[in-house]
Design a protein around this ligand. Structure first.
Ligand code: SF4
Length: 62
């Protein structure tokens, strides 16, 4: 499953990058998925980061 961050919803709390630094990072003040890690959506810690995202900006797709 693919993971992404909706830039229109993210407000840059940085929580995702702190929780899962191997997948997320704060770039220009917004959460983003690191290049090459877009397929990490099935990883439990990524799902957890989505649950904890204060703006529910982390998206999943097939
Ligand atoms: S946890 Fe959510 S609001 Fe915070 S930087 Fe990540 S995607 Fe954005």
């Amino acid at each position: 499953m693919k993971v992404s961050v909706d830039p229109d919803v993210c407000y840059g709390s940085g929580d995702c990058g702190i929780r899962v630094p191997t997948v997320f990072a704060l770039v220009d003040g917004y959460g983003t998925v690191l290049p090459g890690r877009e397929g990490a959506g099935d990883e439990p810690e990524v799902q957890e980061a989505a649950d904890w995202c204060p703006s529910q900006a982390i998206r999943f797709s097939e």
